[in-house]
Design a protein. Structure first.
Length: 393
């Protein structure tokens, strides 16, 4: 007799991230496409990178540099990172034991969390914050301790941070220049953080992906530039953000050798390593520091153009000190809650934005939306033309 057909079933999984659904970035980008809106929601450039960078990557491919590189990254790129960090921030990291190339900054942050946080450990995050932080901590079995940045100014509240520290606190995540608020921590604030953490054994994960986008003559104060922080910090940055190639997903981490040794244990079983020709291309491209040193003026010009147009509307601009974001208070335009307002703005005005409330676990609503100005001048002009419908009556 023929065998009876096997029953076809799909196992049911107990979710590791039961609260996670489709991100607001995916939702708003889809809505922007459906409505034919100018998409200023998702944070990536709509312009190309320098053709010279493409040439360097192509050359590396043609030279046969297409097989696995060393697990922590190719030597020339790790050396270039060490030289850049030393030149900008005065701290020398050993490229052999203290620099690792990652598959983007998001992977770098996840790996830093996984290697330092154990089940039951507490991790302080400052809200509003990038949406990967919470899930990263949950995957490690840690407990998220959320401390709000000061509403309105988004400056760090050190009294609140100090009150959140307990004997179970293992790590803290900070981000400057800040996504989504576009604030930049001052040297005094970074020094105060160093003093606060000095008597503790807390690991600092410093998200500095917008390090080269600081405006009006100000300087980025890296955790690497303050010895008391550098000694306990994973400092994360992004080649994708810096060189307008977010789709390449290449990032970097620097940390003291004992921390980096643990980081690499997770990294080697997470992604193991990062694509070879792009690493070689980036290393060669970094030989000319102007490519990142000129970035503040490049983005400040876009910011200023965008702000000049927004000034003709009823959208009240918050300071944009760094990153490529501009937050606006829309309370003179609408009484809608943030998500509903951003949907209305996309459908009725034709410009997509991101509600600030999605960067808070509890959805704190302040009538603020985030716009991205890392776009071609033509894109920004098209968006501003549509936003003129919000001009003062």
């Amino acid at each position: 007799m023929p065998a009876s057909p096997l029953e076809i079933t799909t196992p049911r999984l107990r979710s590791r991230l039961p609260q996670v659904g489709t991100t607001i970035f995916t939702v708003m980008s889809a809505l922007a496409q459906e409505a034919g809106a100018v998409n200023l929601g998702q944070g990536f450039p709509d312009f190309d990178c320098d053709p010279k960078l493409i040439d360097q990557v192509n050359a590396a491919m043609r030279e046969g540099l297409n097989q696995y590189p060393p697990m922590p990254g190719v030597g020339p790129l790790r050396e270039a990172v060490a030289q850049k960090v030393e030149a900008l921030y005065g701290h020398r990291y050993d490229p052999g034991s203290e620099v690792t190339i990652t598959a983007g900054a998001t992977q770098a942050i996840l790996t830093a969390v996984l290697c330092s946080v154990h089940p039951g450990d507490e991790v302080i995050v400052l809200e509003p914050c990038y949406d990967s932080y919470g899930p990263n901590i949950e995957l490690a079995g840690g407990r998220i301790v959320r401390v709000p940045l000061t509403p309105g100014s988004f400056r760090p509240d050190f009294d609140a941070i100090a009150a959140a520290i307990t004997p179970r606190t293992k790590a803290m995540l900070v981000n400057s220049p800040h996504n989504p608020s576009a604030t930049v921590w001052t040297a005094a604030e970074m020094q105060r953080l160093a003093a606060l953490l000095a008597p503790t054994d807390i690991v600092l994960i410093s998200d500095e992906v917008y390090e080269h986008m600081v405006f009006d003559g100000a300087a980025h104060v890296s955790a690497a530039s303050i010895p008391a922080l550098a000694s306990r910090a994973f400092v994360v940055s992004s080649f994708g953000k810096t060189y307008h190639v977010t789709g390449w997903k290449v990032g970097q981490v620097v940390a003291p050798a004992p921390l980096m040794a643990e980081f690499r244990k997770v990294h080697q079983f997470n992604v193991f390593t990062v694509n070879t020709p792009m690493q070689h291309g980036l290393a060669r491209y970094m030989a000319e520091p102007k490519h990142y040193l000129e970035l503040p003026l490049f983005y400040q010009r876009k910011r200023d153009m965008f702000r000049a147009g927004l000034a003709r509307t009823r959208l009240r601009m918050l300071p944009s000190e760094g990153s490529f974001f501009q937050c606006v208070d829309y309370s003179e335009v609408s009484d809608l809650r943030e998500t509903a307002f951003c949907e209305w703005l996309t459908r009725e005005i034709g410009v997509a934005a991101i509600p600030l409330s999605v960067f808070y676990a509890e959805g704190f609503d302040q009538k603020i939306a985030r716009l991205c100005f890392a776009k071609r001048d033509e894109t920004l002009a098209a968006a501003l033309m549509r936003l003129e419908r919000l001009a003062p009556r």
